[in-house]
Design a protein around this ligand. Structure first.
Ligand code: CUA
Length: 315
């Protein structure tokens, strides 16, 4: 089955596209079958059971257990299939593989600003290698946008104040449309762009062409510029907790609760430091709300993430 040949379908250019199309086709066929069945039966019954003479009396039917079981159990089984199939695809599509290429996305009225972990920046364009998983960590600096690449069958709201992630693995070299799929103001329809899927060698060449610094290095500079380094001393002797080896691990809080040190946690710790206090440390950190941009936040997170491994050290 290859629905891509059908002109209403966008090209299939990711590993998940075929699966999404098959599920969609299944839903359309089930809905079409039952719509047809219901309309045909309406007409058949209207004709078959019509009143044939003025004095004809209707015969009451008091119900049928067999019929009721049939029309309950059959749709139940069909919806179970829909649920199981859809959930499988959803779970698969919401867990990026660990080796994914990392790209960060900030939506704003009315453009997409992207930065690769290696430092390359782009606007309304995304360059990715073919055949490798790509993970996007996305947020918005104003209103809700939605990152949509029809050929990959990936689409997710990009919401201010939080991170959403999607991932895909492109299967074909080429150029694919990128849309904002959430009405976000006067120029919403112009908030479009292109995803360029490149051969790995071309991608590496493109990536090294920019000459910018990596997000980790940018983050490291911000870490000193904002004075974070004065309290978050690497050896743990500072007024704030050391951030070495913290990312991706559980953190014990003053309340006795444990939270996972992920992107959302680091972001919250910068913008609302007193929301979660690390056990054994005083609540003295000031907020950086309004002083760091979304892009700088992502760079700081990239830096904190890089401290997870031993090769990088805080100065
Ligand atoms: Cu951004 Cu619509």
């Amino acid at each position: 089955m290859e629905p891509a040949g059908f002109p209403l379908f966008p090209e299939q250019a990711s590993t998940i596209a075929g699966g999404v199309d098959h599920l969609f086709l299944f839903l359309v066929l089930v809905a079409g079958f039952f719509s047809a069945l219901i309309f045909i039966l309406i007409f058949v019954f209207a004709i078959k059971y019509r009143r044939r003479s003025e004095d004809q009396k209707a015969v009451q039917i008091e119900g049928s257990v067999k019929l009721e079981i049939a029309w309950s159990v059959i749709p139940l089984l069909i919806t179970f299939v829909m649920f199981g199939w859809g959930a499988t695809l959803y779970v698969r599509n919401s867990r990026p593989p660990a080796n994914a290429v990392e790209v960060f996305v900030v939506g704003k009225q009315w453009m997409w600003k992207l930065q690769h972990i290696e430092g390359q920046r782009e606007i309304d364009e995304l360059h990715v290698p073919v055949g490798r998983p790509v993970k996007l960590t996305m947020t918005s600096e104003d209103v809700i946008h939605d990152f949509f690449v029809p050929a990959f069958r990936v689409k997710k709201d990009v919401v201010p104040g939080r991170y959403s992630t999607i991932w895909f693995q492109a299967t074909k070299v080429g150029r694919y449309h990128l849309f904002c799929a959430q009405y976000c103001g006067a120029q919403h329809s112009a908030m479009t762009g292109w995803v360029y899927v490149m051969k790995p060698v071309d991608y590496e060449r493109w990536l090294s062409g920019g000459g910018g610094e990596s997000m980790e290095t940018s983050g490291e500079k911000l870490f000193s510029r904002f004075g974070c380094v004065n309290c978050h001393v690497a050896d743990g002797s500072g007024r704030g907790p050391s951030l070495v080896g913290v990312f991706g691990k559980p953190v014990l809080l003053e309340t006795g609760e444990t939270v996972m040190a992920d992107e959302a946690y680091v972001r919250e710790s910068i913008l609302a430091p007193n929301a979660k206090i690390v056990k054994g440390y005083p609540a003295i950190m000031p907020t950086f709300q309004g002083q760091v941009s979304e892009e700088q936040l992502l760079q700081l997170i990239a830096y904190v993430k890089s401290l997870r491994t031993a090769e990088r050290k805080t100065k």
